[in-house]
Unconditional design. Structure first.
Length: 138
């Protein structure tokens, strides 16, 4: 069995963003040479997420509104974690959206359902963060 590892780096200038990383993960799969196996993608920071869903702007807007209702950024004083910080909401948003995804690989391509894409969710941007891509298989 072979394995491949790569870190994808992001520096989002805004506090929050959803970024389609499917093309970068597909490039990793090609570089790996693996035809049958699994891909693990995970956010390496506790205020960011990796998830699978549709690349549709209305849905992305709805996520932003929904997440802000569930874990509003302000007032920052509402969170005990925010003593000296202001990102408690980002930790909670990450918990909701998830840390990682696993995608099966068949014949050198990712096994996706209709409309599925891989996204990096940033909830406390303005600094460099990374996503791990780990691919196992033959």
């Amino acid at each position: 069995m072979k394995s491949y590892r790569k870190e994808l780096w992001f520096n989002v200038p805004a506090r929050r963003a959803l970024i389609n990383i499917t093309p970068q993960v597909e490039k990793c799969l090609k570089e790996s040479g693996i035809k049958e196996g699994l891909i693990l993608c995970n956010a390496m920071h506790i205020t960011a997420s990796v998830f699978i869903n549709d690349d549709e702007s209305g849905l992305h807007h709805d996520y932003d509104v929904w997440l802000e209702k569930l874990a509003p950024h302000e007032p920052v004083s509402q969170y005990r974690h925010n003593v000296g910080e202001d990102n408690a909401d980002a930790h909670m948003k990450r918990q909701i959206m998830g840390r990682e995804v696993v995608v099966a690989v068949t014949n050198g391509t990712m096994d996706f359902g209709p409309w599925e894409q891989i996204f990096y969710g940033e909830f406390d941007g303005r600094r460099r963060k990374r996503v791990l891509v780990k691919i196992f298989g033959e």
